[in-house]
Design a protein. Structure first.
Length: 206
């Protein structure tokens, strides 16, 4: 049975390990595609257009907004960031499960456009563990860590909007659970309407 891919939105607290999880998921299992965002910010050293981001001018980005060519977009620190519709829909039509890492507001915008999207929220086992991981990076000031924790408290208000909460306690276990959730989602009745209708028709003809 040929299947279309699922649009998977992954959100979660800063420090919960979303990026590492997605990287391992793609490395260990076939059939996944990480969505590449478009942005108006300048490439950083080592970044390549079409790999880390699609780098666009402000005019190009605003034209994409006007053309409804983005699934969602937002503006941070005077730069636009958004998800190109064409790339995502091409990957889905080819049967790939497309993974987007997006914050809560963007995730809910995507759910409006793609009601069958699978929304997953990644969390640490506790707030204490989240603070430990943020502090353990050694790259951020205490002020930034406190800011991220306040942001996490705001994000926690929207956790019930997601289909699944994924606890990233042990990385390997979490990657396996993530894959199993996505695999099982392919077999929900809502994603198999054509098969259900086909079976009903064949049974009626007997």
């Amino acid at each position: 049975m040929n299947r279309e891919g699922i649009l998977i939105v992954i959100s979660g607290f800063s420090g919960a390990g979303k990026g590492t999880l997605m990287k391992r998921l793609v490395e260990e299992y076939d059939g996944y595609a990480l969505s590449i965002s478009a942005t108006t910010r300048k490439p950083r050293p080592g970044e390549k257009d079409g790999r880390e981001y699609f780098f666009l001018s402000r005019e190009q980005f605003e034209q994409k907004i006007a053309d409804s060519a983005l699934i969602e977009y937002a503006q941070y620190c005077d730069n636009y960031y958004g998800t190109p519709r064409e790339y995502v829909e091409k990957e889905l039509s080819e049967g790939h499960d497309v993974i987007l890492e997006i914050e809560i507001q963007g995730a809910l915008k995507i759910r409006e456009q793609y009601p069958d999207a699978l929304l997953l929220f990644v969390s640490t086992p506790s707030a204490k563990e989240l603070r430990r991981r943020l502090s353990g990076r050694g790259t951020e000031t205490q002020e930034v860590i406190d800011q991220r924790l306040r942001r996490a408290a705001q994000e926690a208000e929207g956790m019930e909007e997601y289909d699944y909460i994924v606890i990233n306690d042990d990385l390997e276990t979490c990657v396996r659970e993530l894959h199993e959730i996505i695999h099982a989602a392919h077999f929900t009745p809502g994603r198999n309407k054509a098969f259900i209708e086909k079976m009903r028709k064949e049974l009626e003809e007997n």
